[in-house]
Design a protein around this ligand. Sequence first.
Ligand code: AMP
Length: 316
Amino acid sequence: MLKSIYEKIKKFNTIVIARHIGVDPDALGAQFALKKSIEKTFKEKKVYAVGSKSSKYNYFPKLDKYENIDKKALLIVVDTPDKKRIDITDIENYQEICKIDHHPFIEQFGEYEYIKTNSSSASELVLDFIKENNMFIDEEIAKYIFLGIVSDTNRFLFNTTANTFEIISSLIKKYNLDIEKLYQNLYMRPIAEIKFQGYIAQNMKITENGLGYVIITNEVMNEYGVDSSSAGNMINNFNNIEEVIVWATISEDIKNHLIKLNIRSRGPIINTVAEKYNGGGHKFASGARVPTMEIANMLIKDLDNACKNYLEQMEE
Ligand code: AMP
């Protein structure tokens, strides 16, 4: 599969690399590692990394403007399992499409799809791709892959094996990565976010089945000077609470007229619950966007039931 995608790249002069909405460092790491490697391997090709930008991740290069890109191109979608989550809306205009992803399979939209769900991150899969095809890699590309792997494993807490450490170790050694600086990129945050984290801790409700959740209104976000993407990013800071096995933030996104749920688990499978509400993700790290608070509450109830069933099964 990796060779077939490489053959497609050879065939096209223009390559567009897209990823999921709700951008995060793994999606950007995968996009930019792939873009730079293709550009440096094939000097004559035009390669674009596209999608909506976020000033939060300004340690990555700027994304390319989408408007004037020639669609007689190859589209490679990274880190995205289904069409509705791709951060461009006109994929049918492309001549050919490939996918590189580590999410559970949802639907095929590309001719060639390299999917490995047990991989740490999409960035790791891009590294597989680069290595398999002897493509160019340097410190900059290694840096993007490092950022993607570290952030998507939540600093080696999830989806991490001996192999993940081997990959990271070899990237650091070979390309002399400045780990401290890269960690600062990922984890430095303003005091407003720390205070907001305090708000979440103070206001988290915990059910008797071990579901922890907090509803974050637009008013609260304004009060703390954060937005709904900061609210979503908080979810990984509540990993190891004794009384909690599934936890969720439910935040109002006034701009897009929806409610965003970020969900994590230490046992019950949650992506199937999120899928019922048009959401998805991984078994233990999922999300959904729903139109009303009423529907968000229904999802919360279903998550609580998933916790209950899980606890009952554990007792058997
Ligand atoms: P997040 O909480 O945004 O880090 O997302 C966790 C996982 O759930 C990621 O794999 C996302 O791709 C997935 N996810 C988040 N929101 C949605 C959604 N609305 N629909 C489908 N998958 C989602």
